[in-house]
Design a protein around this ligand. Structure first.
Ligand SMILES: [Zn+2]
Length: 258
């Protein structure tokens, strides 16, 4: 009996070490998330583990890209207050994807239109589960979030006078989106910036398909060039921001791969 307990303890220990190792490999070597980072009309608000972006609109309101991890929305409400705005000033929440650490504070913004790509709506609303190796272990249940405006790949959505370009980048999730606004490319979890400034694709453990994610990023680079969208900064949700050139290098390297 004692021996069985010892073996069980050893197995548990090995599993814990393996999971910790996976997390370390996934998160180490990234640029750390920078609360207050600004590029043109975009400002990053760090909400613990997740970052979201506040976009200053021409009509005095703001739009958000993602809504963080915190259901209370403390960090984003504090940032609104700093601007002498209340929660009703949030005109829209544009979701990069439907993982729960991006939906947190949506209920705090009663006037916000909630936007996501059509393919992502079931995940956002909790009618379908995520398919990544780790997310698939979690049960599917309604999130209480309702997408009020369905986006399509290639849309240019104008919110409060500011045009925002919508790009489908499937891979991290099936309906993942990237948004381009005023020199900033908001990529959610589809990419991270490493400590050396290079761009890396989505971590496999949280992603539906790493190969599809890589292909989407290569395609995204080509489409941004074709659209004349000059990317000054790439803004991920779980790492610090990087220069636009990081996506160009990533695309060159990954295109050349057989
Ligand atoms: Zn995610």
């Amino acid at each position: 009996m004692k021996r069985i307990l010892k073996i069980a303890a050893l197995v548990v220990l090995l599993v814990v070490v393996a999971v910790a190792g996976l997390f370390a490999v996934t998160f180490m070597g990234r640029q750390s998330l920078a609360d207050g980072y600004e590029i043109n009309r975009v400002r990053v608000v760090a909400d613990g583990f997740s970052g979201m972006a506040i976009i200053r609109l021409d009509d005095g309101r703001v739009a958000l890209v993602d809504a963080g991890d915190d259901p209370e929305g403390a960090a984003v409400l504090a940032e609104l207050q700093r601007r002498q705005l209340g929660p009703e000033a949030v005109a829209a929440v544009l979701l990069t994807h439907g993982h729960p650490d991006h939906l947190g504070a949506i209920a705090r913004f009663p006037r916000a239109e909630v936007m996501a790509l059509e393919a992502e709506v079931p995940l956002v609303e909790g009618r379908a589960g995520a398919r990544g190796p780790l997310p698939r272990l979690f049960p599917v249940s309604p999130t209480g979030v309702k997408v009020t405006r369905v986006l399509r790949d290639g849309d240019v959505v104008t919110v409060g006078g500011v045009p925002i370009r919508v790009y489908a980048v499937p891979g991290h999730t099936g309906g993942s989106a990237a948004y381009y606004v005023d020199g900033a490319l908001l990529v959610g979890d589809s990419a991270d910036i490493a400590s050396d400034g290079s761009l890396q694709g989505a971590p496999w453990i949280f992603s539906d398909s790493q190969a599809e994610n890589r292909a989407s990023l290569v395609r995204l680079e080509r489409r941004l060039v074709a659209d004349g969208a000059a990317v000054k900064a790439i803004v991920p949700a779980h790492s610090g921001a990087g220069e636009g050139a990081a996506l160009t290098s990533f695309a060159r390297t990954n295109r050349e791969r057989p």
